[in-house]
Design a binder for this molecule. Structure first.
Ligand code: UD1
Ligand code: MG
Length: 450
């Protein structure tokens, strides 16, 4: 078996049905562009030579593919899928291993499925095609299999006879072959067909004409869903979410109402975490064992350590790190801040650009005033400090370990450890004032009404 694997990712399509200024394959599923899903798939399957084929209309695809670490090849003008693979010919020069053609608008194919396609080559096929049986075979290319089960050829819908159109096994588009053979066969492909295009699919018939073995590998229809419109994009998203929910639950995470919780491609949640209904995980979230994410919370770029509790109705923004057993309660927003072990921020608070020591208690309504309109400044609260309700911490400022701030205090100067900071004016109390006020007001009202 060859040691190297190559992948050609086709992404030169126009994607006009998305009706978007953003090129189709850069739209996201699970918070990650579809192109990145496909590149990741190729890498996971061990492809070391990866080429993304892009069109003249989409330099954004070239740039994104470059950033993802793939080579790029321009196909201009686009003359069909076979022509697109040939555009990668230079980038594949000298590649001896097996090559697979993938599609940047088909984000749900699993590494296991790609492994089965490569395995068919390992078992002696010269060309292996990923097929499926959709409920509605629509305009997909039909896989024509002979009586011995060999894949004879692929017929595009437009070129197919009535009998061929009745075939239910169709082409996903994914196709693998040894790289040199693939390029050689593509050199023989013509464009004498209903579309006047150079069809990648013609390599199957050409391989058979040489007496080579070909194979079909079957996939679930849901896995090979191609995205052409926003409706397809939502379907792909739903399929990703369903898959992610099942994987997390299988890994020991309790999802009380799985269909109401939304994840990103990279969400990591450890066992015995409980996620209540209606929670959204944006990119970059890790939750450690035994933590609880309560209802209606929104997390992104956050690390929630073991036994911590978040929500209900909490918002954790990028750069949040909650220590073990820490608590972030309702209507609390945290950004770019670390909370030490056992620290509590229970109600109605904004903590931004701050470091909160272990076991500190942040009272209801506390705000870190971190932004002066130009720069962000840090707030440091020491271990075991007690921040009174409705404190404003005007950054940059430090409250030492074990210090207190009185309710309503506006902290502008550093507070030493174990001190009390207080900025309230002393209270005045006027005995009987309210009763006198009411009597006067009632008398005035009675005069007006009479
Ligand atoms: C293709 C297959 C068909 C299969 C179907 C699955 C061929 C000839 N037909 O048909 O058998 O059932 O996919 O969806 O391969 N592309 C380029 N350059 C081109 C043309 C296409 O990069 O010149 C890319 C597109 O961006 C797209 C993919 O190739 O991602 C498939 O192209 P598309 O035009 O959608 O092919 P289909 O006609 O759907
Ligand atoms: Mg298509």
């Amino acid at each position: 078996m060859p040691h190297t694997r190559a992948a050609i990712i086709l992404a030169a399509g126009q994607g006009t049905r998305m009706k978007s200024r953003t090129v189709k394959v850069l739209h996201a599923v699970g918070g990650r562009p579809m192109l990145a899903w496909t590149v990741d798939l190729a890498k996971t399957c061990g492809a070391t030579d990866i080429v993304t084929v892009y069109g003249a209309h989409s330099p954004a695809v070239r740039d994104a593919a470059g950033q993802l670490g793939t080579a790029t090849a321009l196909q201009d003008p686009p003359l069909g899928t076979g022509h697109a693979v040939l555009a990668a010919r230079d980038a594949l020069a000298g590649v001896e291993g097996h090559a697979i053609v993938l599609y940047a608008d088909t984000p749900l194919i699993t590494p296991e499925t790609v492994e089965r396609v490569f395995a068919a080559l390992g078992d002696g096929a010269s060309v292996a095609v990923l097929g499926f049986e959709p409920e509605d075979p629509a305009a997909y290319g039909r896989l024509i299999v002979d009586s011995e089960g060999n894949l004879d050829r692929i017929v595009e819908f437009k070129d197919a006879s009535e009998a061929e159109r009745a075939v239910r096994l169709v082409n996903s588009g994914v196709l693998a072959a040894p790289a040199p053979l693939l390029l050689e066969l593509l050199g023989e492909v013509g464009n004498d067909n209903a579309n006047g295009e150079y069809y990648l699919t013609d390599v199957v018939g050409l391989a058979r004409a040489r007496g080579l073995k070909t194979a079909v590998v079957k996939a679930d229809a849901g896995e090979v869903l191609g995205v052409n419109s926003r409706i397809d994009l939502a379907e792909a998203e739903a399929a990703f979410q369903a898959r992610k929910r099942r994987a997390l639950m299988a890994g020991g995470v309790t999802l009380v109402a799985p269909d109401t919780v939304f994840f990103s491609h990279d969400t990591r949640i450890a066992r015995d975490v409980v996620v209540e209904p209606h929670v959204v995980f944006g990119p970059g979230v890790t939750v450690e064992e035994d933590a609880v994410i309560r209802a209606f919370s929104h997390l992104e770029g956050a690390h929630v350590r073991s036994g911590a509790s978040v929500g209900p109705y909490a918002r954790l923004r990028p750069g949040t790190d909650l220590g073990p057993g820490a608590k972030v309660g309702n209507f609390v927003e945290v950004k770019k801040s670390q909370l030490g072990e056992g620290a509590k921020v229970s109600h109605l608070t904004y903590i931004g650009d701050a470091s909160i020591g272990a076991n500190a208690n942040i009272g209801a309504g506390t705000i870190t005033c971190n932004y002066d309109g130009y720069d962000k400044h840090r707030t440091i609260v020491g271990e075991g400090a007690f921040i009174g309700s409705n404190t404003c911490l005007v950054a940059p400022v430090t409250v030492g370990a074990g210090a207190f701030t009185g309710s309503g205090t506006v902290v502008t100067d550093d507070v030493p450890g174990d001190a009390l900071a207080l900025t309230r004016t002393p209270q005045t109390t006027k005995a009987g004032w309210a009763a006198r006020f009411r009597t006067a007001k009632e008398a005035r009202k009675a005069r007006k009404e009479s």
